[in-house]
Design a binder for this molecule. Structure first.
Ligand code: SF4
Length: 464
């Protein structure tokens, strides 16, 4: 399709406005009700491009991009759904709806992996809002005007940010504190600007966050990463938006300053990379000197087919992108609806990996972004008569844990690290021995946190 036929002006749809979308009338009543009910709990936002170009309306509700952006009844338990449906559609009791919604949200483990506790750094004894510092060399920065997205993914692990759970929200208004923090932390080499989606911002606002990172006193910052889903949900951002050329000039400026600029592109399904404009977006990003890495979680109902992953990675490589991560879906939000057993995740990853060129085998996975670090499943093997998962840390709170193989008893139903037990009769995994001592291994180590993690050390949970 030529660009002329595409939506050019970004037009989001929310719970309040989705009824105005031309496709809304095509939905049967029960699907419309599910949107109206579930979007009280989980954020809902889509846009005209996603609806016109990415969803096959003849295949709704099974179409993967429909599942990716539209709430489904099964995302709540049957009693929860029945209760909330009654309140929303029959009783229309706002106070009761609010109370029920809050209860459901708090059940959904809104902040996995100690995001709101152990990852928030301190400077001069005060927490620095809008920053996370989990791994020694990488700081995450959440600019306040980048805390929304061109559309919301139904599985998103950052969903609390989008539903006004203000006490759980974290964002930064400007980059002064980030720069001050980075000056005190010469061990940091990478800044990941994330959200939400920082590319929801116009180029001028984004430059206001990025350009200070190019200052000579921050020469230890080698890599600037931007986490974004715009490559899939609004590729116009790089091609036809009125400041898309300015955006590419900004990318070039970062590269000319001697930094590596890496876009961490969030692609869930090959359909997102099929439109010509999505392919042009990749080429324009790469031609600016930036790199584009592809990552996404493995999600039941959306991307379970190994052939889809192979198509995604192969197309990406052809266009100049780099396959990077297949994540395991986190234990938050409606995870029961999206999660797959680890054994199945490994099987899907292996089946996809086996069929692609060596150039696409830059991808790593399936990987869990858990509380102690990023744990990858290397294989399922028999050792000394015991069937085990072979695992290792790709990234860890304690750098000494990285690339140290360890083993867990095989469990066909396990969906997350906290489900696993050590193999070979061990009582604990090696990293549990000293996990408390290593919780503060990064910049915020100047202060011991009294905060409890939302789950036990091993137990915790990205695009990000
Ligand atoms: S997964 Fe990324 S793009 Fe999707 S809603 Fe979450 S932050 Fe936004």
């Amino acid at each position: 399709m030529s660009d002329d036929a595409l939506p050019m002006k970004f037009k989001p749809y929310t719970r309040q406005t989705i009824t105005q979308a031309p496709q809304w009338q095509r939905l049967p009543t029960e699907l419309r009700e599910a949107v109206q009910v579930i979007s009280r709990v989980l954020p809902f936002r889509t846009n005209q491009y996603v609806m016109d170009e990415l969803i096959d309306w003849n295949d709704v509700p099974n179409d993967p991009i429909y599942r990716l952006t539209f709430p489904h009844q099964d995302m709540l338990s049957p009693p929860e759904y029945a209760h909330l449906r009654d309140l929303v559609l029959v009783k229309k009791d706002e106070a009761a709806i609010e109370a029920a919604v809050r209860t459901i949200r708090m059940r959904m483990n809104p902040h996995p992996a100690g995001q709101m506790t152990h990852n928030v750094p301190f400077m001069n004894g005060q927490p620095v809002s809008g920053l996370q510092h989990k791994y020694k060399e990488t700081v995450l920065f959440f600019p306040s005007s980048g805390q929304t997205c061109h559309a919301y993914c139904t599985f998103c692990f950052r969903w609390p940010q989008f539903v006004g759970m203000d006490e759980l929200k974290f964002d930064a208004r400007e980059s002064d504190e980030l720069v001050a923090y980075l000056k005190q932390h010469p061990e940091v080499t990478d800044v990941l600007i994330t959200g939400g989606d920082p590319l929801i911002m116009n180029t001028r606002s984004l430059a206001g966050y990025i350009e200070p990172l190019l200052a000579p006193e921050l020469s230890h910052i080698k890599n600037i990463r931007i986490g974004t889903k715009s490559v899939a949900y609004w590729p116009q951002r790089f091609v036809t938006d009125k400041d898309s050329d300015d955006l590419l000039r900004l990318f070039e400026k970062v590269v000319a300053a001697g930094k590596n600029l890496a876009l961490m592109g969030h692609y869930n399904h090959p359909a997102e990379l099929r439109p010509a404009i999505a392919q042009r977006a990749v080429k324009r990003i790469v031609s600016s000197g930036a790199t584009l890495r592809m990552q996404a979680p493995l999600i039941r109902h959306i991307n379970e087919d190994p052939k889809g992953w192979a198509e995604l990675w192969t197309t990406g490589v052809r266009l100049g992108a780099i396959p990077y991560y297949m994540f395991v879906e986190r234990d938050t939000g409606p995870s029961h609806y999206f999660q797959l057993p680890l054994a199945k995740a490994y099987e899907i990853f292996q089946a996809a990996y086996q069929t692609v060129s060596g150039l696409a085998r830059t991808v790593r996975g399936p990987s869990m972004s858990a509380f102690p670090g990023k744990v990858v499943i290397d294989g399922i093997v028999d050792i000394a008569g015991e069937k085990v998962f072979a695992l290792q840390f790709l990234q860890a709170r304690n750098p000494d844990w990285v690339r140290r193989p360890f083993y867990a008893k095989f469990d066909p139903n396990a969906t997350w690290l906290h489900d696993l037990k050590p193999a070979f009769g061990a009582k604990k995994f090696f990293f549990e021995e000293d996990s408390v001592a290593h919780i503060a291994v990064v910049g915020h180590s100047e202060r011991t946190h009294a905060d409890a993690a939302p789950r036990p050390a091993l137990a915790l949970a990205a695009n990000g």
